[in-house]
Design a protein around this ligand. Sequence first.
Ligand code: FES
Ligand SMILES: [Fe+2]
Length: 358
Amino acid sequence: MMSFLRNTWYVAMWATDLEIGQVVQRTILGEPIAIYRKSDGTVAAITDQCAHRFAPLSQGTVCGDRLQCPYHGLQYGPDGSCEVNPHGNGRITPQLHLRAYPLVERHTLLWIWMGDAEPAPATIPDFAHLDEDAPGIVSKRDWMVIDVDYRLMADNLLDLSHVNFLHDGLLGHDGLIDAEVEIDERIEPSGITTLAITRTCRDVTPPYLFDLMYRNDAAPVDMWAEMRWNAPGYLRNHAGVTQPGAAREDGMIVIGSHLLTPINERQMMYHIAAVQLGAVAPVADDEVAETLSHLRRFAFEEQDRPMVEAQQRAYDRAGGADAIKPVMLSIDRAPLRARQILNELITAERPAVPVSVG
Ligand code: FES
Ligand SMILES: [Fe+2]
């Protein structure tokens, strides 16, 4: 049985997808959660299962800062406590209270804390480039559900050699296979480990999507992509193209955000968005911007998704992720190291097993 890291933040949804008075359902680490925005604009998350007869509260109604059950009208506060019982003498017993989840709105995302330890807002990773007032959003704040163990999607993103095969012509091509690769691991001031994998190609033809953003008529460029990973599944790909030999800042820079949240052992939510920075102004043409968003989603949904879901089916046929071991290549160093870091964190938060001395 797969274990999840619990005392950490997961992306529950785009904050911009939740309006005042709206309630939505999300399943995270197998737990059904009702997320709602109160009348004062702040957000709350409680168990999506009424204590009385287990109706889904996510089908209920937001009443001020409370959530009303759609079945018989019990009302729950943002801390999960039952505050209104419209029946009989209106008595409220402790058994009616539900679990509430710490939820923080930051960088246009809602971050949920799934563990029992005290939540640590300082450990929310820095996705400030997605802030409302950040310059040059070139793609939608998008998301999709993928039927895959989220670690397989992290493997995919931590080894970008696949773009030259799976996304041939769109994000890569065979002239980019022979990239220089560097792997760097560092501990941030917040105590979080960042793994960064950089691929650099010099004097090469840009793939179609990059040329569309750089607008250089497919003339040769230098290309780089630095994928940064933090456990359990936050990835930022700082990538760009410049004139051959020029500094990164003088070219076009795009930060692709990939936020992976496990729904359960073999399903995940995939939140994506890309921001364009650097000396080259983002495409002003709405039609081109729309094409970019469409192509980006196409790459993830129509190319990566069928591939990782097929991998998942191979694991399922064999009896699970621990039943078969893939043969590793040189391109797998970063994905392997990321899994190792994640496993160490999961092991560290398990309670120590008491040793009895007889
Ligand atoms: S099931 Fe919620 S009040 Fe009855
Ligand atoms: Fe991909």
